[in-house]
Design a protein around this ligand. Structure first.
Ligand code: PBG
Length: 328
């Protein structure tokens, strides 16, 4: 019988050899930990739909940031929950707003930690939309340019507080350019922009809206978030953000959009992030709780696939656990 020259199985014969030829390896540096900082919480308040995740007081947010640092994580992503909401989302750009205070306190406690802030209005508007709205009867519009102006103000206030990167997640048109311009004008040329360049109108944000107390009070977000069905449009959106000055591109959610992640990484060659969102998190938690699979194994498989598909950075609620699970 002819001798086989190629025997792929040879490379799978032992764990050591499998490890040696592994193409995608996870480390703590791959992960960004999201933190919810609330003006209304004394210490910690559990989020029902996200087991193990809590809203944090300012003090607890600092504790979490220190823990993240100690575990070897490089970055956190901050979301704020203000005690008061209004039509103009004033809390989003208040000098002494909750996120602004949190950035300051975390940078003081962990100067080497990269602090990223989510820039959006939905946690701060009384109606829960990501921009300023105008209602006429049954219908409502999100006022794009008015919203962009407020988003730029919010980004500048985060930079002033010491944020290293701002992450606009609103999906208004032209916001990256406007934010870049505003940051530069205020002397924050070194503050980078991690753009939620491709953000689909997804059901998987459900638990987050409990966490951030931001479910829309009327209508939905489909007029500004992207249609799940559209890939070419996703690439056009990403191209605009690149042109307008985005430093890091983000795709969100993660697993249902691996094709988009791959194409964004290939086409633009920019540092590319992916957000494994709250609903994806809850889904795995529920599956594991029901004995469908082992949580750790499932999470490691998912994260490996995200990195293999092109993610340079992964925003995940498992960042702390992953820092431990991937320790060499
Ligand atoms: C704010 C924002 C959302 C998420 C991140 N930033 C929610 C939304 O658009 O409804 C979702 C994150 C998650 O689900 O984990 N606009």
């Amino acid at each position: 019988m002819r001798k086989l020259v190629h025997r792929p199985r040879r490379l799978r014969t032992s764990p050591a050899i499998r490890n040696l030829v592994r193409e995608t390896k996870l480390t703590a540096h791959d992960f960004i930990l999201p933190l919810f900082v609330s003006e209304k919480v004394e210490s910690r308040r559990a989020i029902n739909s996200m087991p193990g995740v809590s809203q944090l007081s300012l003090g607890e947010a600092v504790v979490e940031a220190k823990n993240a640092c100690a575990l070897g994580l490089q970055a956190v992503l901050l979301f704020g929950i203000p005690s008061d909401k209004d039509e103009q989302a004033s809390g989003a750009y208040a000098e002494n707003g909750i996120v602004q205070q949190a950035v300051c306190a975390i940078k003081a406690a962990c100067p080497e930690l990269v602090v990223i802030t989510d820039v959006c209005l939905c946690e701060y508007t009384s109606h829960g939309h990501c921009g300023v709205t105008q209602r006429d009867g049954e219908h409502f519009h999100v006022l794009n340019d008015e919203s962009v102006e407020l988003l730029a103000k919010a980004a500048v206030s985060h930079a002033r507080a010491g944020a290293d990167l701002v992450a606009p997640s609103d999906m208004m048109d032209g916001r990256i350019g406007a934010i870049r311009e505003a940051l530069d004008a205020e002397g924050f040329q070194h503050t980078g922009i991690m753009s939620y360049a491709v953000k689909f109108a997804s059901v998987f944000y459900g638990p987050f809206r409990e966490a951030a107390e931001s479910p829309p009070q009327f209508g939905d977000r489909r007029s500004y978030q992207m249609d799940t069905a559209n890939a070419a449009e996703a690439l056009r959106e990403a191209a605009l953000d690149v042109e307008e000055g985005a430093d890091i591109l983000m795709v969100k959610p993660a697993l249902p959009y691996l094709d988009i992640l791959w194409r964004v990484r290939e086409r633009f060659g920019k540092p590319t992030a992916v957000y494994h969102v709250s609903g994806e998190f809850a889904m795995v938690k529920a599956g594991a709780a029901n004995g469908c699979f082992d949580e750790r194994a499932a999470v490691l498989e998912i994260m490996t696939s995200l990195k293999r598909a092109g993610a340079d950075l992964i925003v995940t609620y498992w960042a702390k656990e992953l820092a431990e699970w991937t320790r060499a």
